[in-house]
Design a protein. Structure first.
Length: 417
């Protein structure tokens, strides 16, 4: 029967809901949801219960006078022997962080953690204090950087808007209010792209990926960035309405908020120099008739023009950020990388393309692009060759191997005189 308005439905006597641990049941339900939805969080690891506890608190915070507080926790994933210094010692010699409030009880520690400048520092056994930071860590890029600095941790944050996310070594898990979604960390694409761009500056590539994936994508800002790989003047652009931004550079993370704000107010492309400095803002990309005939459309107008521009301009790499999240990288008319924000329930895995071999370079007989191909040979294999589609022009390419995969066009260094 229903005992009172808003009360629980029960029968006669004492049911199991009266005897079981209410908190344990809640954590069990959250655990089952995360497992069933294929959410990539280490809930079955040594610190699994601690992670569930802090994530549940972020998802179901206390409400005071109609206000829902922000919250943040850093969960150390390595199980220790219960000794407090075992986990907190990881913070030694870090001038930008300090651990305080170790004698406060768990309730007070959580009340003090705002998920920006203060976080609960949590071991597998218990909360160990309040992690205080020298500056605010509110954005997705800030949280990804914090996790990288602290090592084997998961960073949990609930924003004032109610957005809950957890950052791991593999990516960012986000509860949208409807669904669990996942975005890989930007640097997981650094090695695969570096294979296609052997002469490019890896620091600039890393910074561009971070800006696009954890800056623009996280804020829902659509943008096109052209990275010009040589010191020469960029070609194939209409700069009639261009504005200069020479003092800004993508390699200085302190400039990223300014870059993000600029890109949120322009519709056309931004040109980035080889060394990472911005050259021009709000330029149009020009494409040839050959590119339009040979390179098929890709998504909307922004993506199609970026892909065709990269086909025409061999010295460019084009990054396109969709307002709904995905990030595409185009090289020589082909998609070299796609960073997506997908529902966790799809059960996908993160592909890390780092083979032992350097790969073979095979020219496409149709568009003449040099393609990086990873092959697997089996001694004595007498079967037929692999027939693959060129990622640029879609024409068939025959590779005499047991198995083969085309990674994309590769920008080979220019021959020495």
């Amino acid at each position: 029967m229903l005992r009172r308005r808003g009360g629980r439905l029960s029968g006669d006597g004492v049911g199991p809901w009266e005897t079981e641990d209410r908190d344990a049941r809640r954590l069990a339900r959250l655990h089952a949801e995360l497992v069933d939805e294929f959410v990539p969080l280490p809930v079955d690891g040594p610190a699994g219960r601690a992670l569930l506890t802090e994530l549940f608190y972020a998802l179901h915070p206390p409400v005071h006078e109609g206000r829902v507080p922000a919250y943040g926790a850093v969960v150390h994933l390595v199980a220790g022997d219960g000794d407090v210094p075992a986990a907190s010692s990881r913070l030694d010699h870090r001038p930008d962080v300090e651990l305080i409030g170790a004698k406060l009880d768990a309730t007070m520690q959580r009340m003090a953690a705002d998920g920006r400048s203060t976080f609960v520092w949590r071991s597998a056994a218990r909360p160990e204090g309040i992690l205080t930071l020298a500056r605010s860590h509110y954005s997705e890029a800030d949280l990804v950087g914090l996790r990288e600095r602290l090592g084997d941790v998961v960073v949990i944050q609930r924003s004032l808007e109610g957005r809950v996310r957890a950052v791991t070594s593999e990516g960012v898990v986000i509860w949208t209010g409807v669904d669990w979604v996942f975005k890989p960390v930007a640097n997981s694409y650094l090695a695969p792209l570096a294979r296609l761009l052997p002469g490019a500056d890896p620091d600039v590539l890393d910074a561009l990926l971070e800006l696009c994936v954890h800056g623009l994508s996280a804020k829902g800002v659509g943008a096109t960035l052209v990275w010009w790989l040589e010191d020469s003047h960029p070609e194939g652009i209409d700069g009639a309405m261009a504005q200069s931004a020479y003092s800004l550079t993508v390699t200085d993370r302190r400039h990223h908020p300014a870059l993000l704000n600029i890109l949120s107010q322009v519709d056309r492309a931004v040109v980035v120099r080889r060394t990472g400095e911005l050259k021009a803002v709000d330029v149009a990309l020009l494409t040839s008739g050959e590119a339009e005939a040979r390179v098929s459309a890709w998504g909307g107008t922004r993506h199609s023009s970026a892909r065709r521009y990269s086909y025409d301009q061999h010295r460019s790499v084009v990054f396109v950020v969709s307002a709904d999240g995905p990030v595409s990288v185009f090289v020589d008319g082909a998609s070299a990388a796609q960073v997506r924000v997908d529902p966790c329930r799809l059960g996908f895995t993160i592909a890390r393309l780092e083979p032992d071999s350097e790969g073979d370079v095979v020219p496409c007989p149709s568009c003449k692009r040099e393609l990086l191909v990873d092959v697997t040979d089996v001694p004595g294999w007498a079967g037929g060759p692999e027939v693959l589609a060129c990622p640029v022009c879609d024409e068939p390419i025959v590779v005499d191997a047991y198995r083969a995969a085309i990674r994309g066009p590769v920008k080979l260094p220019a021959p020495q005189a």
